[in-house]
Design a protein around this ligand. Structure first.
Ligand code: NAD
Length: 250
């Protein structure tokens, strides 16, 4: 990585009044969670429209639990934050980052210590009974029988959104507001193709924000609205960035 780019990104962060981050599956790759797209991704193995669409889940919850949700839940329950998540938590602690909008459902930003996390697509940390509406923490949910059921007989679903479901109003509204207000947006580990999350960087850019992108591969943003492209894995690049902001990493 060109040290000039890291330094210029650090300068943007230091001068910014309000910096937010938009993160995607890529930031959690180094925690052992596969992304949805690209090499080694989940979609190379299964068809999203067959298994991750709400209609598929409602039609055959047992099958979707068996093929997709069970293994995702097991992977996410045991995952730990990596250097990338920790770096963002450090930036927030030092007042250099206000909020994280994440498309991820793995709770790793919170586990790393980030406090203001907007979970754009919900979370896998909790599941809700579709019968009585009662919630249960993921680690307390037994998978001895699939689909898992509540004492009332209803089927549990994860508190994340499936394809075909709308983004909940509150995270969408806050994300739009912050995107319009920020001076700098750090876009980390997202292919920037899943809507409406992919609208946030252009929204920020429309108000003059500086877009800093961290990703090993270019995305549709890179050649269009990205101001500073930091090419590489999130763990290494975000650690370098926090160091360049004169924050020793613990
Ligand atoms: P995506 O799978 O479409 O794209 C992943 C991006 O991460 C790619 O651009 C890839 O180049 C980049 N990447 C790969 N390794 C990286 C690394 N080490 N550091 C930084 N970047 C890296 O992800 P998306 O844009 O977030 O969209 C997919 C959707 O899938 C999201 O809505 C998300 O909810 C969901 N998802 C979540 C998780 C999770 O919670 N961890 C995992 C898979 C998918």
């Amino acid at each position: 990585m060109d040290s000039n780019s890291i330094e210029s990104a650090a300068r943007s962060l230091s001068a910014s009044r309000l910096t937010i981050a938009l993160t995607g599956a890529g930031i959690s790759v180094e925690s052992g969670i596969p992304p949805f797209r690209g090499p080694g991704s989940l979609w190379e193995k299964i068809d999203p429209m067959e298994f991750a669409h709400i209609d598929s889940f409602l039609k055959n919850p047992a099958r979707v639990w068996e093929i997709l949700v069970k293994s995702l839940k097991e992977t996410l329950d045991s995952a730990q934050p990596n250097k990338g998540h920790l770096a963002l938590a450090h930036l927030e602690e030092r007042g250099l980052l206000s909020s994280v909008i994440t498309q991820n459902v793995d709770s790793l930003h919170q586990k790393a210590g980030s406090r203001d996390v907007i979970e754009f697509h919900g979370t896998f940390a909790k599941h809700t009974c579709m019968g009585c509406g009662k919630g249960i923490k993921s680690e307390a949910l037994s998978l001895d029988q699939l689909p898992p059921t509540c004492p009332c007989g209803g089927i549990y679903r994860p508190d994340c959104i499936f394809f075909g479901e709308p983004i909940p109003t509150e995270p969408l509204k806050r994300s739009q507001e912050l995107s319009l207000q920020c001076d700098v947006m750090l876009v980390v580990g997202t292919s920037a193709v899943v809507q409406p999350a992919a609208m946030m960087p252009p929204l920020a850019k429309s108000k003059g924000a500086t877009i800093i992108e961290v990703n090993p591969s270019p995305t549709p943003l890179t050649a269009t609205i990205t101001d500073i492209y930091l090419q590489g894995g999130a763990g290494e690049i975000l650690s370098q960035l926090t160091e360049a902001c004169a924050i020793p990493m613990g």
